[in-house]
Design a protein around this ligand. Structure first.
Ligand SMILES: [Zn+2]
Ligand SMILES: [Zn+2]
Length: 119
């Protein structure tokens, strides 16, 4: 690939926004951080980065809330199973309660792991 600006220069990078080839000189002209071909693409790349960051922040917050909720639910169902085991006359609730409790713990574990990952 050749630079979109300099037909004789080999491209060392591509514009992160539109994918045009960039020579060494062009790759660093707009920004140190991004390889972009123009100011417009620099703005586009920065806007895109903001969107990606906010989406991933939202989904992490969501995972944390859902994970915490599932931990609490598994405690409730686990407690129900224990209660039925001690006092109950309904063995199916013991099995159901412990099965749900174990499932919730496993799901919440993976959700909280997502919430803990760094960007
Ligand atoms: Zn571009
Ligand atoms: Zn160039």
């Amino acid at each position: 690939m050749k630079c979109f600006n300099h037909a004789e220069a080999d491209a060392v990078a591509a514009c992160v926004y539109c994918g045009k080839g960039l020579c060494r000189e062009c790759a660093t002209r707009q920004s140190e951080k991004w390889s972009v071909c123009s100011e417009k693409c620099l703005e586009g790349a920065e806007a895109l980065e903001k969107i990606v960051q906010s989406v991933s922040r939202d989904s992490k917050a969501g995972s944390r809330v859902a994970g915490t909720f599932l931990v609490l639910s598994s405690v409730v169902f686990g407690g129900m199973a224990v209660y039925e085991a001690i006092n109950g006359h309904r063995p199916e609730l013991i099995i159901l309660g412990s099965a749900i409790s174990v499932t919730f713990v496993m799901v919440s574990y993976s959700m909280l792991k997502i919430a803990r990952t760094k960007l």
